[in-house]
Design a protein around this ligand. Structure first.
Ligand code: TGC
Ligand code: FAD
Length: 397
């Protein structure tokens, strides 16, 4: 009989091709050897090193599912395995990676003109140009359809739009060269996507201040996008897409990625808690791993991680066959983020007082996983998306 492997309890590796396993191995090696040694200081100092995206670019991780433009063109499952490896180290590193790959590059690849794709994607794939994705506004988070950012013909520059408004909580915005921003066209009231190139913006029309003193995702950089009559060439507006379908199509890929990533974070919490429980002794020199209450915590976390990986693999395969629905993605995004957060909080108890020391890593994952449950559609919003699909009744307002 095949022995039980606590690292892969349901044998998910049997579902991956040799290429996918090789990609996963490369990603895990890079993340453990190059990212893990940096994360404690990065989280403490709230610093994000933009070289990370360049390193990922050299390995072919950025926009990995995109065909052409110097991208690897791998399967959705392979890109999920990369995402899981990155978030095994830290959700903030996965955020920087997801925004570049799924939201900025993915948006340009899906909706941009050939000129934009050919000019921007190869350098984005190398991590030489960094991207961000501006949808959320100070007054409109869960309900982006009510956004106030406006685009209208530029009063003095022919062939340009003028964009004004504020986006907030935008991953990578302070360091982004390429800003994919969603705004309402004043003439129609319909949402359109714009690619803003920082080096083309006159002084004072684009500001991207960082949001400091976060208590989670501190190894990622987050900021605002403030637009004051910012001129954007008409050719930089996505031509064939209007309404929320544009940003939500990009979010389908990013939400899928988060479902993978959070399983990496949960697996890391489990590995750390298991090791601690085997070493820590209390009551007659017994390792605390001997106690049934501790074992149940490990069993619960292991089960949720294994189920989450299988469900996400299934949706990845359907995605590549064009059979994945947005509701499937809501289901795995909600479930994996929620279970990762609940289990990480319980596993944290195994560390006793040491859980409070950042050296043990568990508190960092717990703080990060709260954010993953909140962005790209807070879990309750995904409950309502699923509830609408199940009942046919929408409960948002
Ligand atoms: P609703 O009526 O549901 O839909 C409006 C239009 O959009 C289409 N649509 C989708 N299309 C493709 N994929 C999806 N998942 C789609 N969901 C909706 C829909 O078919 C419709 O099209 P059309 O042609 O009829 O106009 O719109 P609503 O305003 O009622 O939406 C409500 C709700 C709650 C579903 C939606 O607003 C929502 O999902 N809110 C959550 C907001 C959100 O996810 N924000 C994410 C911001 S980006 C981010 O957080 C990045 S963090 C990245 C990181 O650091 O890793
Ligand atoms: P709100 O919409 O104000 O929601 C607050 C609470 O009310 C939530 O619990 C929500 O579920 C609940 N609620 C709202 N409406 C309903 C309802 N109808 N029924 C029941 N409950 C409801 N956005 C981007 O565009 N790009 C990014 O790169 C990006 N990166 C982010 C990085 C970080 C670190 C963070 C924290 C956020 C980021 N976001 C980004 C924003 C994120 O997507 C939003 O925070 C999220 O969508 C929730 O919006 P909100 O914060 O305005 O909360």
């Amino acid at each position: 009989p095949v022995p039980f492997d606590w690292k892969d309890p349901l044998g998910s590796h049997n579902l991956y091709s040799e290429d996918e396993l090789a990609i996963a191995e490369t990603a895990e090696a890079y993340c453990q050897e190059r990212l893990l040694p940096r994360v404690l200081e990065a989280f403490r100092k709230e610093e994000y090193d933009r070289k990370i995206l360049e390193e990922m670019g050299e390995l072919g991780f950025l926009g990995a599912t995109i065909q052409g433009y110097g991208c690897a063109g791998v399967s959705s499952v392979a890109s999920g395995l990369i995402t899981r490896a990155v978030e095994r180290v830290d959700s903030g590193y996965r955020s920087g990676y997801s925004v570049q790959s799924a939201l900025a590059m993915g948006g340009i690849d899906e909706f941009g003109t050939d000129e934009l794709k050919e000019r921007l994607l190869p350098n984005m794939a190398k991590g030489k140009l960094l991207g961000c994705f501006g949808l959320t506004e100070p007054n409109h988070g869960s309900d982006p359809g009510s956004m106030e950012t406006i685009a209208k013909p530029h009063p003095s520059r022919k062939g340009y739009y003028s964009l004004s408004g504020s986006k907030t909580w935008i991953t990578n915005s302070p360091i982004a060269d390429i800003l994919v921003v969603w705004a309402k066209l004043e003439s129609t009231g319909r949402i359109r996507g714009f690619v803003i190139e920082r080096d083309q913006c006159p002084p004072g029309t684009l500001e991207t201040p960082a949001i400091k003193n976060k208590n989670g995702l501190r190894a990622s950089i987050t900021g605002m996008i403030q637009l004051d009559e910012c001129p954007v060439p008409e050719a930089n507006m996505f031509p064939g897409i209007e309404g929320l379908k544009g940003p939500f199509s990009c979010l389908n890929s990013a939400r899928y990625g988060i479902a993978w990533g959070t399983m990496g974070a949960l697996e890391d919490c489990l590995a750390r808690a298991r090791e601690y429980a085997l070493e820590r002794k209390q009551f007659k020199s017994n390792p605390i791993a001997k106690y049934q209450l501790v074992q149940k915590k490990l069993a619960d976390a292991s089960t949720d991680a294994a189920y989450g990986v299988l469900a996400t693999t299934q949706v990845g395969r359907l995605k590549d066959e064009g059979k994945a629905t947005p509701e499937m993605i809501s289901m795995i995004k909600r479930q994996n983020c929620d279970r990762a957060l609940v289990n990480a909080r319980v596993l944290q108890e195994i560390f006793g007082g040491n859980a409070v020391s950042d050296e043990y890593g568990i508190g960092r994952h717990v703080a990060n996983l709260f954010v993953t449950q909140t962005y790209e559609g807070q879990s309750d919003i995904h409950s309502l998306i699923l509830g609408r699909a199940i009942t046919g009744i929408q409960a948002f307002c």
